[in-house]
Design a protein around this ligand. Structure first.
Ligand code: AMP
Ligand code: ZN
Length: 149
């Protein structure tokens, strides 16, 4: 699906266009990073592409690489500024995964030993040939022509 320049009702498009206030910490031609207004921990930052994309699957490889390339520098700055012991980098994609704002974004969440954040999540197990079957199904989708850019 093609990305749109902006969606008039999208809160992050409004932030990118400076139509509503935000606490920006970094911006480039393709991305804006700003403080999450209701942080998991203080210093929680969101990184968004300037153009409206519903989620990660709609990003071109080059825009995704650009945003991903900003992460180490942003994470170093957030960790130094907050004194965090670690951090989580998370992208929620789709309502089922907890995405509430339909303009794809990366979360950078500073973490502290003994903080009250409910993490890690539970793990399950593969049974029988489920692991091999899953590998086959994903590899088939990765074949050239399926899901490129
Ligand atoms: P998600 O649940 O992954 O869609 O994350 C959406 C995030 O956007 C939440 O952590 C919200 O606290 C944050 N958020 C919502 N509105 C604003 C806003 N106006 N400025 C900054 N962050 C916001
Ligand atoms: Zn948007």
């Amino acid at each position: 699906m093609a990305a749109h320049a902006h969606q008039p009702d999208c809160i992050f498009c409004k932030i990118v266009r400076d139509e509503i206030p935000s606490s920006r910490i970094l911006e480039t031609d393709h991305a804006v990073a700003f403080l999450d207004i209701n942080p998991v921990n203080k210093g929680h930052v969101l990184v968004v592409p300037r153009h409206h994309h519903a989620d990660l699957t709609e990003l071109s490889q080059s825009v995704a690489a650009h945003l991903g390339g900003l992460l180490p520098k942003l994470c170093r700055a957030i960790q130094a500024a907050t004194g965090a012991d670690g951090f989580n980098v998370i992208v929620n994609n789709g309502e089922a995964a907890g995405q509430t704002i339909g303009h794809g974004h990366w979360h950078i969440i500073p973490r502290f030993h003994q903080d009250p954040v409910n993490w890690p999540w539970p793990h399950s197990e593969y049974v029988g040939d489920e692991l091999g079957q899953m590998r086959f199904r994903i590899e088939r989708e990765l074949k050239p022509g399926a899901g490129d850019e």
